[in-house]
Write a protein that binds this ligand. Structure first.
Ligand code: ZN
Ligand code: FE
Length: 257
């Protein structure tokens, strides 16, 4: 049996691990080394690869130590500087790993940072998407380097992947994101239901991830700028009626929320 485990790190980060049935595993966005070391020790699994979605310290901070201790290859976005002598991954490229045997499609998804990438594979069942700080459960990343238009294009590409895809993002922001989603679409039963579920999980200190793309399409306001209810809520906040303007207004609203 393969195993997908989010390791809590720093304040609210997750380092994702995926292991095959022989205990060979990759880690994604190790902002710290210690949670990975602890996980490998208690599971007996062997680290074979490190993947990075973008250059922020809370996603790459543990890489130098892990490379030193485990001597594994690092893969990261072509347009950003990632520690560990990372091999560059550009849009549309395929990353073929042997153990675990997974072939990832690389998607360049600028917005949060300019070089940000996502890694997507259909070799796992259901498919897996590692999307860092671009698509969050019920939210999206802040626009630190890119524009609203870039982020919207990036989210459009992710939303097009298979609905059953497991969304593995970089932070436990779900409850707060759903609070905002409820402000945007207060009468949406689906959003309210998800809020209730997630609130319960967080009361028990449980992880709210991975979610699925189907769930995100239904309840994540940032994937719903074409939805009439969301558009209506944004109209008085947006300068213009096109998708980018509406999306920009939504992102700005969330920043001030
Ligand atoms: Zn980030
Ligand atoms: Fe982050």
């Amino acid at each position: 049996m393969s195993e997908l485990v989010p390791l809590p790190a720093l304040r609210d980060n997750y380092i994702w691990t995926y292991c095959d049935d022989q205990g060979r595993c990759l880690v994604v966005d190790p902002g710290q080394a210690q949670p990975v070391r602890d996980y490998l020790e208690r599971s007996g699994h062997r680290l074979t690869a490190i993947l990075a979605t973008h250059h922020h310290p809370d996603h790459v901070g543990g890489i130098p130590e892990l490379v030193r201790d485990y001597e594994v290859p690092v893969y990261g976005p072509a347009r950003e500087s990632i520690p560990g002598n990372a091999r560059a991954l550009g849009d549309g490229e395929t990353l073929q790993l042997d153990a675990p045997a997974l072939s990832f499609r690389v998607l360049h998804i600028p917005g949060h940072t300019l070089g940000h990438i996502a890694l997507y594979t259909e070799d796992a069942d259901p498919p897996l998407l590692f999307c860092g700080d671009t698509l969050f459960a019920a939210g999206c990343g802040k626009l630190f380097e890119g524009t609203a238009e870039q982020m919207l294009n990036s989210l459009d590409r992710l939303a097009d992947l298979k609905p059953e895809t497991r969304v593995c993002c970089g932070h436990e922001y779900t409850l707060n994101n759903l609070r905002f989603a409820l402000a945007v679409t207060p009468d949406d039963d689906g959003v309210q239901q998800r809020y209730n579920q997630v609130e319960k999980l967080r009361e028990d200190n449980q992880v709210t991830l991975p979610s699925t793309l189907a769930e995100e399409r239904r309840t994540n306001p940032f994937l719903r700028v074409d939805d009439e209810t969301v558009r209506a809520a944004l109209r008085e906040r947006a300068h213009g009626d096109d998708r980018s303007a509406l999306f920009g207004a939504l992102r700005q609203w969330k920043d001030q929320f």
